[in-house]
Structures are given as structure tokens and as C-alpha cells.
Design a protein around this ligand. Structure first.
Ligand SMILES: [Zn+2]
Length: 107
């Protein structure tokens, strides 16, 4: 299912007219290696780098690590995009911190 969603996202990206930089894959991989946990749940599995400010609106920030947060695939879609690749959560950093602390403190 998420492959399908990723493909949909790629198509949406094309429609929005913001092609990825050739350096994106390298920057993303390095960032995930340096931040190897989902910012929401702490898992090390299926990690993705999310743009806090969407890169189709802020293309100059595409490779800016200060604009990235690592989320697992599920939380990327939920916390980063409110379950729609056409939306984005401007509070993803603070929301992730709140939920990380809640999950970490669960009994
Ligand atoms: Zn997660």
C-alpha cells in the first residue's frame, strides 16, 4: 500500500512542478543515518526524511537539513501530511515531540 502511496506522491510532485535535486537521495540517506529514529515513535524501521516546509513551496530548502525531520513511513503520512500527500503539517516538529514524549512515557 505504501509503495502505491509513494508512487502517488511522486506523481503529485511532478504535477506540482518541483523535481527532486540530484543530491536529494544522498542528503536524505545521510540525514537518516545521523537521526536513526522516528521522531514520533522511536522506531528504526522504514524511516523517511520529511520536509518540515514542503519542498514544492520552498525549493531552496530541499537540501537544508534544518528543514528535515525523520519519521517512519506511517508517521510521515499521519504527522507530516495529515493522511493526505497534498497536505502538510506546519507543526510537525512540535507535534512529533509531544507524541514522542507521550509514547516514551506510556505504561
Ligand atoms: Zn513512527
Amino acid at each position: 500500500m505504501f509503495t502505491w502511496l509513494t508512487n502517488l506522491f511522486d506523481r503529485a510532485t511532478i504535477r506540482l512542478g518541483a523535481a527532486r535535486s540530484p543530491q536529494w537521495r544522498e542528503v536524505r540517506n545521510k540525514f537518516i543515518k545521523e537521526h536513526p529514529l522516528c521522531a514520533v515513535c522511536g522506531t528504526k524501521k522504514k524511516l523517511e526524511a520529511h520536509h518540515v516546509r514542503p519542498y514544492h513551496e520552498f525549493p531552496a530548502l530541499e537540501l537544508d537539513e534544518s528543514n528535515l525531520i525523520v519519521l517512519c513511513r506511517e508517521h510521515h503520512f499521519l504527522f507530516g501530511h495529515f493522511l493526505s500527500w497534498f497536505s502538510h503539517n506546519p507543526d510537525v516538529v512540535s507535534d512529533s515531540k509531544i507524541w514522542y514524549d507521550k509514547i516514551k512515557g506510556r505504561s
